[in-house]
Design a protein around this ligand. Structure first.
Ligand SMILES: [Zn+2]
Length: 276
C-alpha cells in the first residue's frame, strides 16, 4: 500500500535553533532564531485517512513557554485544505505526547488514537525536567483519551510501520510510510532538518541529537535508526516541507534530501485566528 503525505502547519513559534540541536554535538555556535512550524500530517492511501499528531494553537504555545507564536490555520480548516473533514479520519497516530502534538485530541473521540504504551507512562511520570511539556492540559487529555496502546515495532496498517525511537521522550515513535517515491519517515520526536541532515563537517556527524531529550546517547542512536528506516526523514518541526510551496508529497522536497545549506525562509505576517 502507498500513501501520500500532506503536512499542515497550524502555527509557528519563534525559537532559537539551539533548542533542537544538542550543543556538544555541534562544531559551531548555533545562535539563529527561526520560525518553527507546529506540523500535523495527513496520510492518504488505501481508502483511509490517517492523521499524525494533532498540534496546538499559538495561544497554547505562548501559555507554556511564552515564545512568540502565530496561528497559521485552524485545525478543522487546515484539514479541509487537504480535502479532509474531521469526521472522515480513520485513525490518529501520535508520535509523542508533548503538548504541541496532542491539543486537538478532544475533537477525535471516535477514532483509534495509537501511541506507544511507554510514552503514556513517561508522560504521566511528569518528571520535573520535562514537566512543562506534559503540563496539566496534557494530563487532562491523556486521562480522557481512550488510547490504542502498542509496544514496540508495529505495522499498524499495510505500508505504515510504527518504530520506537526513544531519546527525545521515552516512548516516542517514528512513522515509516510507503509512498510511490520510497519510504518517508516522520521523526518520533521534535526535530528540525539539521538533526538528521547536519551541516558539512568537520566533524562530519551523521545526525545531531535534539537538545530536548531525556538521554542524549539514546536520542543519538534513535536518530541513526530513524535515518536508516527510509529514504527521507521528515522532521516534525521541519519548515522546509513548505519552503518550496510543496504541500503534497511525494515527490520528496529536494531541500530535505540535499546536503546543501537551505535558504532562509521568511514566514509572512499572518493574523492570529481562532484555533478551531
Ligand atoms: Zn516534543
Amino acid at each position: 500500500m502507498e500513501y501520500t503525505i500532506h503536512p499542515i502547519s497550524l502555527a509557528v513559534i519563534r525559537r532559537n535553533k539551539w533548542c533542537l540541536l544538542y550543543p556538544p554535538s555541534i562544531q559551531y555556535q548555533v545562535d539563529e532564531e527561526v520560525w518553527l512550524p507546529i506540523n500535523i500530517w495527513i496520510l492518504k492511501g488505501g481508502g483511509k485517512i490517517i492523521l499524525v499528531d494533532t498540534g496546538l494553537v499559538a495561544q497554547e504555545a505562548m501559555a507554556v513557554r511564552k515564545p512568540k507564536a502565530m496561528n497559521v490555520v485552524g485545525f478543522v480548516e487546515g484539514l479541509r485544505q487537504t480535502g479532509v473533514e474531521l469526521a472522515n479520519i480513520d485513525m490518529v497516530l501520535i508520535t509523542h505526547l508533548h503538548y504541541d502534538h496532542v491539543m486537538h485530541l478532544p475533537l477525535l473521540k471516535n477514532v483509534p488514537v495509537v501511541v506507544q504504551e511507554d510514552e503514556v507512562r513517561f508522560a504521566r511520570e511528569r518528571h520535573p525536567v520535562y514537566g512543562y511539556a506534559y503540563n496539566d492540559k496534557v494530563q487532562e487529555i491523556i486521562n480522557t483519551t481512550k488510547f490504542t496502546l502498542v509496544n514496540g515495532r508495529t505495522e499498524i496498517l499495510p505500508g505504515i510501520e510504527l518504530v520506537p525511537t526513544p531519546g527525545h521522550t521515552r516512548g516516542g515513535q517514528a512513522i515509516v510510510i510507503n509512498t510511490s517515491a520510497g519510504k518517508a519517515v516522520l521523526s518520533g520526536g521534535c526535530a528540525i532538518r539539521e538533526d538528521f541532515y547536519p551541516p558539512a563537517g568537520p566533524p562530519a556527524l551523521p545526525v545531531i541529537p535534539p537538545a530536548n531529550h531525556y538521554d542524549a546517547y539514546t536520542a543519538y542512536e534513535s536518530a541513526i535508526l530513524t535515518k536508516s528506516l527510509g529514504d527521507v526523514v521528515l522532521p516534525l518541526h521541519s519548515i522546509e516541507v513548505y519552503s518550496e510551496n510543496i504541500k503534497v508529497m511525494p515527490p520528496f522536497p529536494p531541500c530535505l534530501t540535499s546536503t546543501e545549506p537551505f535558504k532562509p525562509f521568511q514566514v509572512p505576517d499572518i493574523p492570529a485566528k481562532p484555533g478551531v
